[in-house]
Design a protein around this ligand. Sequence first.
Ligand code: MCA
Ligand code: AMP
Length: 504
Amino acid sequence: MSNLFHLFEERFPKDLTHPFIETKDGKQYDYQDLINLTSSIVSTMSNAGISKNDRIIFQVKKSPEAIFLYLACIKLGAIAVPLNNAYTASELSYFLDDIEPGMVVCDPASPIIKENLLQTSGNTILLTLDAHGKGTLFSNTNNISRFVQTADVVGDDIACILYTSGTTGKPKGAMITHENLSSNALAIHQSWGFNGNDILLHALPIFHVHGLFVALNCVLLSGTAMILLAEFNIDDIIKFLPRVTVLMGVPTFYTRLLAHPGLDNKTLKNIRLFISGSAPLLSEVSDDFFTKTRHRILERYGMTETIMIASNPLNEERIPGTVGQALPNISVRITAEDDKILEIGSTGNIQVSGPNVFKGYWRNPEKSQKEFTKDGFFKTGDVGFLDANGYLTIVGRSKDLIISGGYNVYPKEIENIINALDGMNESAVIGVPHPDFGEGVIAVIVKEKNDKFDESDLKNILKKELATYKVPKRIFNVSELPFNVMGKVQKNSLREKYRHVFDK
Ligand code: MCA
Ligand code: AMP
């Protein structure tokens, strides 16, 4: 009974007509629909020859049917590989080669279809699913069956592979198991007091840990309902807030909410909890939000490789600027460069162990081994300290990573593309304070010859190669980059020089 889907099934409401999803335009799906539609997709997959451990890539718009597609993969014991809709053809080609999927389900407008990216990959089955939940995935409606078995798996079997980029510029697939997901689902569900009366407002993308696991797991473990918004739009958030008890979001959600005139007592009448994560929530934002709403946002900390690690408490003091204490059964420690454990209050590398920690990177055993200590702790690449009560404060990152509006951007990936362009000498990509996205991506470039430079031309070139959130919002042309004695670009001095470019 290690399949994550078994855990969900155990907690389905007794009355299966209990709502599960309501969409922006009022379409309703209850738990019986969840069972029927998920089973129908499992039958379609099985009939097409897909079975346990096969990889299913999906690059689809957010919809209830997309959620059922994910759940069908879990139920069948297949490996779900969700991909960001913003990925370009060249980004997608890398994932298709790396994963060798048995099946791809994508939006009809995806570059996978438009640019015929599956041409070379032999036997992969290709099905479609559009933003309205229609497509060849559902062409055989005879498949609807209520009695499709949930596959037996062991806890260590892979449920999902999620890509996270890397310092080399090449994305790595994090292998997340059924046990990782089940243990973490139980931990957060309990810690945040989810129950059958909750209604979640779901406005996050469903190709990352936050929207796909954290949000969905809390709803399913409570057998309760969510309002599923296909896109983030602040007016829609304000419109639906009075109907819900919990909102989960990245810090940008909260800065945009604070700036909205509609955030008042009427909008908040049923809310019991605001949760933030994926990027640092500024203490000022937390304080301003508290002053305005009397709700202290609960900040928590996680990673693709570890799902949720730590959280501020539900009932005790939530301390702004900290991400709270380790979740049940998870150990967090702070270490020096040689992995020696540091004392309380000392700043060092954050390391994590527990049933939440992933199995390793897909087809990359060397990288996987490098990211773990000899005694099995995962090196997060984040830097912070613990206080005497176990509250963790994150002060920075040892990895060269920018987090923009909750999306991770690895500078190397962008620098590699810029440096390969004709006439380009070198570049440095950095993150600087941004009022909406927390950090905004900028590039500082050096051209081979001091000829004319057009910022918008260069952005357009990059847009063809990179998902839009990775494209630098500003590009600066300089005659040389600052290097230290080791020959490394001094990114700190660049961050200082350009720190005000997004000031309002
Ligand atoms: C959109 N753009 C962005 C971003 N989002 N640029 C930089 N950073 C972003 N995050 C681009 C758009 O393509 C557009 O470009 C321009 O910026 C303006 O877009 P806008 O309409 O303002 O964006 P939006 O559609 O309102 O989206 C903002 C958003 C979204 C709602 C904050 O970025 C979002 O949903 N972020 C959440 C990501 C997430 O789920 N992360 C969790 C990862 P142009 O004008 O050129 O077209 S999981 C994780 O981190 C761990 C495990 C954890 O702890 O949770
Ligand atoms: P991802 O690769 O999308 O899983 O992003 C994980 C990274 O997001 C972590 O390693 C942290 O750097 C960052 N992160 C997540 N939650 C928080 C938070 N509450 N505060 C600061 N950083 C966070």
